[in-house]
Design a protein around this ligand. Structure first.
Ligand code: GDP
Ligand code: IMO
Ligand code: MG
Length: 466
């Protein structure tokens, strides 16, 4: 692939609520990179789940950049939160014949996730009751909270003699908070045993982290760019999950947008080039919060919150994508798209593509090129629907309101006919109906669709503009 940005980073950013297919997109780009190029993560932690298929095997990367099967250098950047035990475990999923530790580095600024962060995450979520966010439970928000509270432990701290002391002090602060504020019994035997086990894993993770190459993100990026090599910044989560500009408070705790590349790596904003935006041909969301185009509306939101995949499979053995019941259509979309959370196994809520939201995301990220994923999932639908506008207070608009949940939004849809058979039957060409749909999206979104995903594997893609 021809990366257009020269001497600038290319952010690859999710334009929806995460799980757009960023992992596959980055892996595809990575397959064209050289050993002197670089792929970095700049935010988030193991709340991410980036799925790629390599040589017919499925991998889910949470912390390691998705370009690991290519030749480029990979880096876990300053803006990340890192669970060392999870990182160690993830490295063990990569086949032994893939040499990557010699091309992988970690920033000393990245924040460490402690076992008590994970405990805090689960208890804080439970305490919110019906107002929960639907966190992935990986301790992400408490880890970032400690950074803002200026008491976090960072990767660079591992190498100092007082690390253990600092760890014990912070861990105790967390336990005291849980006990004083939530009346949590920290002397409970079961809890103590669980924490002991997590701590054992934590220290194994720290040992592993201390064996890795530690590099300052900014230095690494600047050196790579100034010698004319490419840098790809792999976004995690999606624009609508950005902690400030997403649909607050139903967001993650980091800056998922392209500007996050600057603060997440410590580089000048002029080094950030135009983004490649990744969007699904429909919309999905895991966790709570408003979702204007959700098929089945509130019923779907509650269903996905309360039920497991096994139960849904039993209840809906063969959901009809063309059912008159929108809820059933949503189930069919989930089943066909295998929309089950890659990290938590939760049911992803499903709905039609939402142009006002994607337009907002394109603008905020300066996404001039797009990757449209999972078009093949719409194969057996009779028509594809796209929300082109919202009606808010009788006014038609494409502008995303400040807070989606405070407005009564009615969606205006446009329908498109669907091709006959499967997209894969058309090889590297796309059927007329798919092309009409793609061209409509390019026009309304004002950006080029450079890749169209026609299946989950690396080669399931149609490249355009080449
Ligand atoms: P990410 O978090 O943005 O990397 O996305 P996830 O990996 O969480 O979810 C995307 C899912 O869609 C994964 O299971 C991918 O294997 C799959 N996928 C990506 N692109 C395509 C595509 O074009 N077609 C199909 N059928 N699956 C795809
Ligand atoms: P990738 O990188 C989809 C969602 C959670 C929850 C909210 C906050 O695979 O696209 P957190 O654990 O971050 O405190 O959860 O954000 N969320 C994601 N949804 N894809 C992700 O990552 C997500 N990471 C977090 O479901 O609603
Ligand atoms: Mg994901």
């Amino acid at each position: 692939m021809n990366i257009k940005n020269k001497y600038k980073i290319t952010p690859v950013i999710g334009l929806q609520w995460g799980d757009e297919g960023k992992g596959k997109s980055v892996a595809r780009i990575a397959s064209h990179l050289k050993t002197s190029d670089l792929i970095v993560r700049f935010q988030g932690g193991n709340n991410a789940g980036h799925t790629i298929w390599h040589k017919s095997k499925c991998y889910v990367f949470k912390l390691i950049p998705s370009g690991v099967f290519g030749k480029a250098q990979i880096h876990l950047g300053a803006g990340m939160v890192i669970n060392g035990a999870a990182l160690l475990q993830e490295t063990q999923t990569i086949p032994l014949n893939i040499q990557f530790l010699n091309r992988m580095s970690v920033s000393p600024h990245a924040v460490l996730t402690l076992p008590t962060h994970i405990l805090l995450d689960s208890i804080l979520e439970k305490s919110k009751g019906k107002k929960k966010i639907g966190s992935t439970g990986r301790g992400i928000s408490p880890s970032y909270t400690d950074l803002i509270m200026r008491r976090a432990l960072r990767v660079g701290d591992i190498f100092h003699n007082d690390f253990k002391k600092k760890y014990n002090a912070l861990s105790l602060e967390h336990k005291n908070f849980l006990s004083n504020v939530f009346g949590y019994d920290i002397s409970n035997k079961k809890l103590k045993e669980e924490l002991k086990e997590s701590e054992k894993n934590f220290w194994q993770g720290i040992k592993f982290l201390s064996s890795l190459t530690i590099l300052n993100s900014a230095d690494l990026v600047e050196k790579t760019l100034s010698s004319g090599n490419k840098v790809i910044a792999e976004g995690a989560q999606g624009t609508l999950l950005d902690v400030r500009f997403g649909n607050y408070p139903f967001v993650t705790s980091s800056h998922t947008i392209a500007s996050g590349v600057g603060t997440g790596l410590g580089i000048s904003p002029v080094s950030i080039g135009a983004s490649i935006g990744v969007l699904k041909a429909y919309t999905t969301k895991v966790g709570e919060g408003p979702f204007p185009t959700e098929l089945g509306g509130k019923k779907s939101a509650v269903w996905c919150r309360d039920n497991k995949f096994a139960y849904e499979k039993e209840k809906f053995q063969n959901p009809n994508p063309n059912s008159q019941d929108e809820f059933e259509q949503g189930v069919a979309l989930r089943r066909r798209g295998n929309e089950i959370g890659a990290v938590t196994g939760r049911l992803r809520r499903t709905g039609w593509l939402d142009i006002p939201l994607v337009k907002y995301a394109i603008k905020i990220n300066n996404a001039t090129e797009l990757v449209l994923t999972k078009l093949d999932i719409l194969n057996s639908f009779e028509k594809i629907k796209v929300c082109t506008d919202y009606i808010i207070n009788t006014q038609k608009t494409q502008k995303t309101p400040f807070d989606l949940s405070r407005k009564k939004i009615k969606c205006v849809y446009k329908s498109f006919p669907v091709w006959k058979g499967k997209l894969s039957d058309y090889g590297k060409k796309l059927p007329k109906e798919a092309l009409d749909y793609i061209k409509f999206l390019e026009k309304i979104l004002g950006a080029k669709i450079i890749y169209v995903g026609t299946g989950p594997e690396e080669h399931h893609v149609v490249e355009r503009y080449w």
